[in-house]
Design a protein around this ligand. Structure first.
Ligand code: GLU
Length: 309
């Protein structure tokens, strides 16, 4: 990997790292608790192939909710926009990512968007394939193409740990199955979803995924269209409106960089048309976003004038 350490970025990381003591590493998935609270790293990947880094950008972590962006892109490629958005909405919720509340008050019981757990479970349910293995293999192939890294695989320990404790996600699925939104075997869907969330990457991989999205779905090096431009636009828009849980509005104002976070402390970010950003910092704030990561992106946005607004 060819990525240079950048002194200015290092300074920002060190400033943002001070906030990591104020957050907490996720523990509701037991295997995530082994993360190191003060870790914070950043990679920037540009369409011209330039890469800048600060911190340990080769450290591995799981995608968690960042996988929702990729699963959504794949499900739309498989089923088309119409079919996907018949089962999941396009509106922010203002509720925590794993909330069940709106499912009962909305008629039909269609999740409000694909970035909350209920919506993401419906999306994973629409990935084509005759087995979990095939569906996951297709999602991994997309990740390999976007990162140009075919060694990316699943952290089976994290997947197992979440599978054994995913009671709330099971409840969401059974509720939606009752209402005809989820189809098929719920245990299989939970297995697929927990494995999807446990795809293991580095900041560098995230930055390259962001770069491909910033570049409208095309790999600038090979000129290969990995995602149709329309699908890249849809997922980027969801990153703005719902990507940072129920802090997405504040994040849009303070940072203004399309981003998707995960409870592992991962943040996938991008600035169209040429920059992808990967951040990892497992200490989370009360909304479930990386506390150091959000600070870091805020500083980065101010220093380099990166807000898209
Ligand atoms: N696998 C996690 C869950 O469903 C993902 C949540 C997240 O990263 O927001 O609880």
């Amino acid at each position: 990997m060819d990525c240079e350490t950048d002194e200015e970025l290092l300074e920002l990381v060190e400033r943002a790292r001070k906030y990591t003591d104020q957050g907490k590493v996720a523990s509701y998935i037991p295997a995530l608790e082994r993360a190191e609270q003060n870790d914070l790293s950043l990679a920037l990947y540009y369409t011209d192939g330039k890469c800048l880094k600060a911190g340990d950008v080769e450290k591995k972590f799981t995608l968690q909710s960042v996988s929702k962006v990729l699963a959504l892109a794949l499900a739309i490629m498989d089923r088309g926009e119409n079919e996907v958005f018949q089962k999941v909405g396009m509106e922010p919720t203002g509720d925590p990512f794993n909330s069940i509340a709106k499912l009962e008050t909305q008629i039909p019981a269609k999740p409000l968007n694909p970035m909350i757990n209920a919506g993401a479970l419906v999306v994973s349910n629409m990935i084509s394939g005759t087995s979990i293995h095939e569906k996951l293999g297709r999602l991994l192939a997309l990740v390999h193409d976007m990162t140009n890294n075919s060694s990316i695989d699943i952290d089976l320990e994290v997947a197992k740990s979440e599978f054994e404790t995913a009671h709330l996600n099971r409840s969401l699925c059974y509720f939606m199955k009752q209402h005809g939104i989820v189809e098929g075997d719920v245990e299989e869907l939970i297995e697929l979803y927990t494995k999807q969330c446990a795809i293991q990457v580095t900041c560098y991989d995230l930055a390259r995924i962001g770069m491909i999205l910033a570049n409208k779905g095309t790999d600038p090096k090979t000129k290969r269209k990995i995602l149709p431009e329309r699908i890249a636009t849809i997922v980027k828009t969801f990153m703005v409106t719902c990507g940072m849980y129920n802090a997405s509005g504040e994040f849009a104002i303070q940072v203004g960089i399309p981003s998707k976070s995960g409870v592992s402390g991962a943040i996938l970010s991008l600035v169209p048309p040429s920059l992808g950003i990967g951040v990892y910092g497992p200490s989370l704030n009360e909304k479930g976003n990386s506390i150091g990561g959000v600070k870091l992106l805020e500083m980065l946005s101010q220093r380099y004038d990166l807000s898209i607004f």
